[in-house]
Design a protein around this ligand. Sequence first.
Ligand code: FE2
Length: 187
Amino acid sequence: MPEELLQPFTVQLDFTSGLLAPDPVVLDRRLSDMQGYFLEEPAADALAYSVHEIHVPKTSNNLLSSTTVLAPGKVGNEFFMTKGHFHAVRDRAEIYLTLSGQGLLVMATEDGTAKTLDMTPGGASYVPGHWAHRSVNTGDEPLVFYAVYIGDAGYDYATIADEGFPVVVVDNGQGPEVVENPRYRRS
Ligand SMILES: [Fe+2]
């Protein structure tokens, strides 16, 4: 028996709102927290997304999980998105289960290979280790997904903050389009 035996528990998850009950950890990201992430700077501030995390110890024997609620909207012609990150421990994998809304899961390796997958309700996407990941809301409703990842994965936001992703998702007037990021590795 381990020194500190965790007790099993259940958290209620609302598939539409992404709310958890009980909801011990919430992180809000506003557009003002995302300076430099979009091709244009946001003209006004707004809540971009909230993360509701189920709290367990951040160790390799636990599975961390969270819901993310990403608002619909655009900055210029670029859809609202999460900051995106590599895992600090690069080989740690993650599963994204889309609960409601429509979006794209944008991924990239350190050598600049990009991959995007549709996010639609019921879609369970596997993000292998070594792939940075970001979600993009291409719809008119909140994009809500549940993510599960190895507890000691950690976050490396700095690499994405410095370099961006190789591709961005823009509205071309007829719908979402994945295009090359002209500012990739701008630093
Ligand atoms: Fe992650």
